[in-house]
Design a protein around this ligand. Structure first.
Ligand code: CUA
Length: 329
């Protein structure tokens, strides 16, 4: 919307979803304004037109009018259904990440944002993204509820402890934009802010290769944890104690309860922290919990590693190149 970039009342619009959100918002304002003006005008008009002219004047009682009843039922019904359908469409667009999106991982922690790129670059309270690319955020919290909010992109999503939430965006204009925490999360909530840098694709590549030169990719970092935390002892080959994890990500897992579940990031996270919740058929419940031993960032790295051993046959290597978004939502 042209309006939103000129009026200081609105934040900049710098994502593909922003015009959609703004259009719906302007529609809501237009409908509300129309009826507010209509009602106020009629109040004044009727107050004058039908004022009592003498003490003895009594208005004729109105018994009812089907036509009127239908009119003020059907018109609001149509209007609210339009709002509902339109709003549902925009909501669906925002919260359904495209499958070819770039993955970035967010961990909220009192009171900072920690971000990781699959290539291994880690940022605190800063996020660099390329313009014109779809970016999918997988988010969780180390402690309390936070909310990840980029007004210029018109996205806001709660960041919850104990589970993953996702949201996506595609930046349309290079620039520096505000990042806020939009959920009161303690004394320093108001300082839980940051900046999002939308860069032209070339500039982004330069930034990424510069920043990731020293860094281990998430999958490589996960591979190290896999060895350090001794996951490797039971999970590398088909051990009697634990199932092999290669090819696990995204597959269907048969549980000893008879159920089958899809091995998505939520399932793997639960299996690390609460191994007894879901036992794979044919195995005993012998795995210890890693709650308190691994932080959320490390769990995300482990998941990235497990994801990376999906299509590297026969090796236990981790490559960021295999880091791609599967339809696990
Ligand atoms: Cu985190 Cu408010």
């Amino acid at each position: 919307m042209i309006l939103s970039t000129q009026l200081p009342l609105f934040p900049e619009a710098a994502s593909t979803i922003a015009p959609e959100v703004d259009a719906l918002y302007f529609f809501l304002i237009a409908v509300s304004s129309f009826f507010a003006i209509l009602i106020f005008s009629l109040v004044f008009f009727f107050a004058i037109r039908y004022r009592r002219r003498s003490e003895s004047e009594r208005p004729r009682p109105i018994v009812g009018s089907l036509k009127l009843e239908l009119l003020w039922t059907v018109i609001p019904l149509i209007l609210s259904m339009v709002m509902f359908a339109w709003g549902a469409k925009v909501y669906y667009d925002i919260y359904t990440p495209p499958t070819d999106a770039l993955n970035i991982y967010v961990v909220g922690k009192q009171w900072m944002w920690k971000l990781q790129h699959p290539e291994g670059v880690r940022e605190i309270n800063e996020l660099h993204v390329p313009v014109g690319a779809k970016v999918r955020l997988t988010m969780t919290s180390e402690d309390v509820i936070h909310s990840f909010y980029i007004p210029a992109f018109r996205i806001k999503m709660d960041v919850l402890p104990g589970r993953y939430t996702t949201v996506w965006f595609e930046a349309t204009r290079p620039g520096k934009y505000h990042l806020f925490c939009a959920e009161y999360c303690g004394t320093q909530h108001s300082n839980m802010i940051g900046s999002v840098y939308a860069l032209e694709p070339d500039a982004y590549e330069d930034w990424l290769s510069g920043a990731s030169a020293q860094a281990l990719s998430m999958a490589e970092a996960g591979r190290q944890i896999f060895h350090q935390a001794d996951c490797v002892t039971c999970h590398l080959s088909d051990d009697p104690l634990g199932p092999s994890l290669s090819g696990l990500y995204g597959s269907r897992v048969q549980l000893d309860s008879g159920e089958t579940v899809v091995a998505d990031q939520e399932y793997i996270r639960e299996s690390i922290l609460n191994p007894n919740a879901k036992i794979v058929a044919g195995y005993e419940s012998v795995m210890p919990t890693y709650r308190g031993l691994l932080n959320e960032e490390e769990i995300l790295q482990l998941i990235a590693y497990i994801r990376s051993i999906n299509d590297i046959s026969g090796t236990d290597g981790g490559s960021a190149a295999t880091e791609r978004m599967e339809s696990d939502q």
